[in-house]
Design a binder for this molecule. Structure first.
Ligand SMILES: Cc1cc2nc3c(=O)[nH]c(=O)nc-3n(C[C@H](O)[C@H](O)[C@H](O)COP(=O)(O)OP(=O)(O)OC[C@H]3O[C@@H](n4cnc5c(N)ncnc54)[C@H](O)[C@@H]3O)c2cc1C
Length: 416
């Protein structure tokens, strides 16, 4: 029977970083599962540029040595900010090779509670038992498809996460729904691939990040004022950026303020380098689709102003809605016993759910730890918090069963 102390599910930035940190706990057997960086490799468009800045795009590691700078130096590739998608994906693979070398790339098909442990069923049927499970399975399961498009086949209406490239839309009429980064970047890439594109969004105008206010603060007031108002984490507007950069502080605030901070920090918007690229793209702003129905091989769409168009495809840049019960590998009884708020798990300090021993990292942790958890930069907080929690728990377990604490839980590398 195969056993481990901690099983980490997912090998994106959060899973890799968590595994790298947990491995520093002496005597702890950590097994990590999943295809490394697969969401970035398969579900983001070729040619995409990272919206997060350089300092906010390092995956946290215990020594702070596996940075983007270290990867750039080691790879000999020349790139800077905005970081191209293929370079970031390759950085993640490089990180994995150094920090999590024994990665098991098999998919976890099922996680269920088994006595005081968890049983994980892997693809092709073998099982492994774990004392703790860390779910770092990303947002792929949460792609949001509004009800107006629910019954359309994917060749007529698809989510942005379903596309790597847009060449097949050359010469086609495509309606892009949404005005966030994914919608705008996809609209730009579609337009550059020769599609006739129209953006439809409820917002009355597109919100471009790094607008006049933030540029004045960042460049006009000098670096000291800028640093006071903007944390290097690069999440949230002036002032709020400094608060959300401190998840420990965010957790102490009244819930209504936490909710407001979250909304203000992750409003839909596009990076400035997209402005020119969507200048010649049609836009219907302050509008939304009321119905969409197939007409032969095409699709007829009506907007709330009564206007209609017949087009070839609707691309949904409608983002993601977290609901951990949609992780299909969680056994229904296990998923049902996780205390949730609107799909988000309520997490304790070590990212533990209400089901003891089950932890969830990444975007599902936003409700408990704030908007940082939606971005790679959140790994700097989550991995360390998880590691400290697991180390504490393991120490108290060993003390309870009378095992000497010898070097048992000494961290193998120093942490501040
Ligand atoms: C278009 C787009 C652009 C983005 N740009 C940025 C950006 O510029 N900067 C930024 O910080 N963030 C960005 N994000 C957010 C980004 O997705 C997250 O920051 C990051 O991916 C979170 O890492 P993760 O490890 O939680 O999830 P993921 O990177 O999605 O990794 C999850 C991993 O879990 C694995 N997995 C899932 N289920 C199983 C299973 N059953 N068994 C085994 N493995 C499993 C998957 O294969 C995957 O490898 C962007 C998101 C999108 C959609």
């Amino acid at each position: 029977m195969t056993r481990c102390d901690v099983a980490v599910i997912g090998a994106g930035p959060y899973g890799l970083s968590a595994a790298a940190h947990l491995r520093t706990i002496k005597g702890l057997d950590v097994q990590t599962f999943g295809e490394p960086m697969s969401f970035w490799e398969r579900n983001m468009p070729v040619g995409m540029l990272l919206r997060s800045g350089w300092a906010a795009s390092h995956i946290a590691d215990p020594d702070q040595s596996l940075t983007l700078d270290a990867y750039r130096a080691a790879s000999g590739k020349h790139f800077s900010s905005p970081v191209p998608l293929d370079r970031f994906t390759d950085y993640g693979l490089w990180y994995q090779g150094r920090a999590v070398p024994g990665l098991d790339q098999r998919k976890i098909m099922r996680v269920e509670s088994y006595r005081k442990d968890f049983r994980l069923i892997l693809e092709k049927g073998s099982s492994i038992f774990a004392r703790r499970v860390v779910v770092a399975a990303g947002i792929g399961s949460f792609a949001w498809r509004p009800p107006e498009f629910a019954n359309l086949p994917s060749y007529l209406a698809s989510h942005t996460s379903e596309h790597r490239e847009f060449q097949r839309f050359a010469g086609k009429r495509v309606l892009v729904v949404g005005s966030g980064q994914s919608a705008l970047e996809s609209a730009a890439l579609l337009h550059e691939s020769g599609a006739e594109v129209e953006i439809v969004a409820r917002a009355r105008q597109i919100r471009w990040l790094g607008g006049v206010v933030s540029r004045t603060i960042q460049h006009g007031f000098g670096p000291t004022i800028s640093k006071l108002l903007y944390a290097p984490t690069d999440v949230g507007p002036a002032g709020i950026s400094q608060i959300v950069a401190r998840p420990d502080l965010v957790r102490q605030l009244p819930r209504s303020i936490q909710d407001r901070l979250r909304k203000r920090s992750v409003r839909p918007g596009g990076a400035r380098w997209l402005v020119a690229r969507v200048r010649n793209v049609g836009k219907s702003l302050g509008r939304f689709v009321v119905c969409a129905a197939p007409v032969g091989e095409r699709i007829k769409v009506r907007l709330d102003d009564g206007s209609e168009r017949i087009i070839d495809h609707v691309l949904l840049g409608t983002g993601y809605r977290v609901d951990v019960s949609k992780y299909d590998f969680l056994a229904p009884t296990l998923a049902a016993s996780i205390s949730r708020h609107q799909g988000y798990p309520r997490l304790t300090d070590g990212f533990e759910t209400s089901f003891p021993g089950l932890h969830i990292l990444g975007a599902p942790a936003v409700w408990s730890f704030g908007p940082l958890m939606q971005f790679v930069v959140g790994t700097h907080y989550s991995s360390r918090a998880l590691m400290q929690f697991v180390a504490r728990k393991a120490a108290s377990n060993r003390a309870r069963v009378g095992e000497p604490l010898v070097a048992g839980l000494e961290l193998s590398r120093p942490h501040d």
